[in-house]
Design a protein around this ligand. Structure first.
Ligand code: PEP
Ligand code: MG
Length: 440
């Protein structure tokens, strides 16, 4: 018997960033479950004064629904279940939407393939600077950020490039014959400035300057509103050398794999864009580097050049954006942030009040707000295709793995959704259900 001992309140639902991150790792997580009363001293948990659990008692969680069950519910790894594989195959027969994955490491890419991903819709280059094995590339990036002259920056980028190439190459190798969208560095540089004394000392000694000078240079990058600041394509307009390094890493990895007889399919994507001119500016740099790599490797290289559509201006001027972009990928996280004017990082402090008072029907960062954000996506798709009828349009924000949002995307001509590896099976099912419903 599995007594349901707690149902998560809306306040603690999927508005939690921690829950989203956990989902990306394939971990079940429920945050802010105020139905559970936790007595830390007594190491006990009670629900409604009726059910009490003590330390060591088993519970089971349904993270998607926010349910907590007493006892250990028997589960099995779905990927080992032949019925599951058969069912997924059935879904694939019905769906029209493509399903890609957001994967930032070769490990994620391999996992997503097992779940049936048909390519990578978003490889965030900056993820090589977070988490496992990031120490060395991160220290090289920091050196590049905190140096003062173009010569120093070039040298630091040259040290960084092999790490970038290795991450790109392994991912392309795993995804052989399938498209992989590499998105250029997105976060503001200040995010990477060293915070601890030992790291500041390390960079200072590398650059031959004082820790005080490192602090001064770091502070100069501080922004009051970094999410609307010097990030995404804006960095690559100010520092074309940073863009060049990424293009070179991608093209060199591609050429090397081609020489091995593989069929890498890189797609290069520019983030946080607002104008076709930004794209033309980048495309010129990208094609220059491609020609250089082709000359040195004697390989003919093919790639697609595209843009995120994640700022309302880009969606509203999509016909122009499509002049310079061969594909669009809608960054619905930022598009939601910019359309509502809700900070993605701070919205948790008041979203519960909006949901509790029924001002919003649901969390727009979870399920697409059809009335405004969805409308912008549709305007973007239609506008882009008015200029380029075969324009490939994907979704790479969190909404790409949300069934209700998938249903909407299916109605407006989106070609594929991209979601975290663990949501790929859900997306395959949701896409099939959406198609069947739409046909009716
Ligand atoms: C987005 O904005 O929807 C997106 C996918 O990019 P990021 O989450 O990295 O800003
Ligand atoms: Mg974004």
């Amino acid at each position: 018997m599995h007594a349901s001992v707690g149902i998560l309140t809306e306040r603690g639902g999927m508005t939690s960033h921690a829950a989203l991150v956990a989902r990306g790792w394939g971990k079940c997580c429920i945050v802010g479950c105020d139905a559970l009363k936790i007595d830390f001293n007594a190491k006990k948990v009670s629900f409604g004064g009726k059910v009490t659990l003590k330390e060591g008692d088993a519970i089971s969680l349904n993270g998607a629904k926010g349910l907590v069950y007493a006892g250990a519910i028997e589960t099995m790894d779905a990927s080992e279940n032949p019925l599951f594989a058969k069912f997924m195959g059935l879904c694939d027969k019905f769906r029209k939407l493509g399903i890609r994955t957001n994967a930032d490491t070769p490990e994620d890419a391999a996992r997503a393939l097992k779940f049936g991903a048909e390519g990578i819709g978003l490889f965030r280059i900056e993820h090589m600077f977070y988490g496992k094995n990031s120490d060395t590339p991160l220290s090289k990036l920091r050196k590049m950020i905190l140096c003062n002259t173009e010569q120093e920056r070039k040298a630091a980028l040259a040290e960084l490039e092999p790490y970038m190439k290795a991450a790109v190459k392994e991912t392309l190798r795993i995804m052989d014959g399938k498209p992989v969208v590499f998105r250029l560095l997105d976060p503001p540089l200040h995010e990477f400035v060293p915070k601890t004394e030992d790291k500041k000392k390390e960079i200072a000694s590398d650059l031959g300057i004082s820790v005080k000078e490192i602090e001064k240079r770091g502070e100069s990058l501080h922004e009051v509103n970094p999410m609307m600041g010097h990030r995404g394509v804006r960095l690559h307009v100010s520092y074309p050398l940073i863009a060049e390094t990424q293009y070179r890493a991608i093209f060199t990895a591609t050429a090397e794999l081609q020489k091995e007889g593989l069929r890498p399919m890189p797609e290069i994507m520019i983030p946080v864009t607002i104008s076709a001119r930004e794209l033309s500016f980048q495309r010129a740099i990208c094609d220059k580097i491609k020609a250089e790599v082709e000359a040195t490797t004697q390989q003919f290289l093919e790639y697609k050049f595209g843009t995120m559509i994640e700022i309302p201006r880009a969606a509203l001027t999509a016909d122009r954006m499509a002049r310079a972009a061969e594909f669009f990928s809608f960054g619905t996280n930022d598009l939601t942030q910019m359309t509502f004017g809700f900070s993605r990082d701070d919205v948790g402090t008041f979203m519960g009040d909006y949901l509790g008072n029924k001002i919003l029907d649901g969390d727009p960062f979870q399920t697409i707000d059809v009335k405004a954000v969805g409308k912008l996506v549709k305007i973007g798709v239609d506008g882009g295709r008015s200029r380029r009828p075969d324009l490939m349009c994907g979704i790479c924000g969190e909404h790409g793995g949300d069934p209700k949002s998938i249903e909407f995307f299916n109605t407006i001509g989106i070609n594929y959704v991209s979601c975290s590896p663990f949501r790929v099976p859900i997306a395959r099912l949701a896409a099939a259900q959406a198609e069947i419903r739409q046909a009716k």
